[in-house]
Structures are given as structure tokens and as C-alpha cells.
Design a protein around this ligand. Sequence first.
Ligand SMILES: [Fe+2]
Length: 291
Amino acid sequence: MIIETQQDVTAAVLGEMFRTPDPRTKEILSCFVKHLHAFVRETKLTEKEFQDAIGYVNAIGQRTTPSHNEAMLLSGALGVSNLVCLMNNGAKGTRPTQANNLGPFYRAGAPHLENGASLLRSPTPGPELFFRGFVKTAENEPVAGAEIDVWHSSTVGLYENQDKTQAEMNLRGCFTTLADGSFSFTSVKPAGYPVPTDGPAGALLRAQKRHNMRPAHLHFLIYKPGYKTIASQVYVQDDPYLETDSQFGVTKALIGDYRKDGDACALEFTFVIQPGEARRPRPPISAKATA
Ligand SMILES: [Fe+2]
């Protein structure tokens, strides 16, 4: 159609949707265009703001490298990651779930370890952590033979992919659950950490005067054929940033009971998984930082 005024633009774009052969693609694109145009109208977006927005979106890609995923960091900072997670788990968002954001720091290929092994591959200071987890069904049946990827940041707040002083795959490991559904490892107690602020996600936080901290947590990815694969995070119960997590990941179901045991710390946690499609997510990063 020939456009006469601004009111015609949305109809013109939606009018071209009929060519889209895939119905889901058509549904998503139509909805996206409607909401995007409504957003532009509601905010009365200026030309200067539009140019700034184009620069912002381009910078998301420019900032992304094999060892850093800015789009995933920004999705967390906007609450979209956890919204998608909670809508797609816990009986389609109607019940609490142990599923949580994958986060931007999952790497595939962590070494397979025996239960009880340490995640440390280079000297890492911090209180020792003894972890024991259980994987069960909603009917409380143990799930044996599930593969569990575990990863977390060092006590200075950096994942090994961000920190060339840590050994390759430090604080990462993959375990297999035993007949009783349990798996276990030792490590150091996780500490809270700041997310990177040198890209567009940082600019967003500064514009809102938000801090960039994440409460301390361990990451898990639970994979077993026949069950829906879930990512999870288990947070430290007395962390000062639980209520203002810069990635909006904390849910009630994922606050752990980290118990002091002398100078060390012990945590037990049960993950419930449900029948469904087992599919490992695409790793958001593929390499360790070299600079
Ligand atoms: Fe994390």
C-alpha cells in the first residue's frame, strides 16, 4: 500500500505478513511489529532517540565475543530471561519451579568428575563448600543417570572465562546422579559478583541508578533423556542482594540453606524435574578470555 500518514505505516507492515509461510514466525513477527509500533507511538520517540536506540542495539552485538554474551546479560537485566523461564516451567508458570536462568556464563565441555570430586583446577581461596544434591521427580522418585553441569564464579567474583588467572574450566564440572538420585562435589563457597558494566547492559543500569551485583549462587544444568532439561541456580540465603538481583533471577524456590560447618559450609538441595524434552541449551559463550 502507499503510505500517506504515520497511521498507515503499521497497516502497511502488517499487510506484508501474509507472505510468511511459517505460522509461528508469522505470529511472532506480527505481534512484534504491533508492539514495537505501539511503543514508538506511546513514547513519542524522537529522531535523536531513534538514532541512539540503533546505536544501542548495534553495540549489543559489537560487545559480544566468544567469551562474553551481551544480549543474554541485557535480557537478564530487563527481566526477560526469568520471565521466559518461569512461563515455560512449573506447570506453565502456575507453580514454583527450580528452573532458573541459564545465565551468560555456561560453557559446554566441562570435565566429567566422580561424585565427591573438587571443582578447583587452580588455587582458589575461600571457605570450603560441601555440596550434595538430589534429582527427583514430582512423585519423589530418584532420577539416576542424570548429567549435571555445575559452574560458579570465584570468590573474587569472576568466572574462569572472564579471568585468565584461573585455569581452564576452573569451578566447572559435570557429574552423574547415582541410584538414589544424588550427586556431590566440593568447591569454595560462592560469592556475589558484579556483572560487567562496560557495554549496553551497564549503560542501562547506570541510567536507572541500579547496582550491578548478583547475589552469590551456584549454577546447575540438569540433563536426562525423557525429562525436560532445566538450568537452575541456588542462592545463598543471607546475601544482601537477594531482593535487588541485577539479573532478576532469585525466586523463593531457589534460596538454599547454606549451613556453616566450622570454617567450611555445607549445602543440600533437591531439584525436581518433569517428563519432557531433553535438550541442552546453546552455550552463550564458547571460550575463555585471553586479555
Ligand atoms: Fe552466575
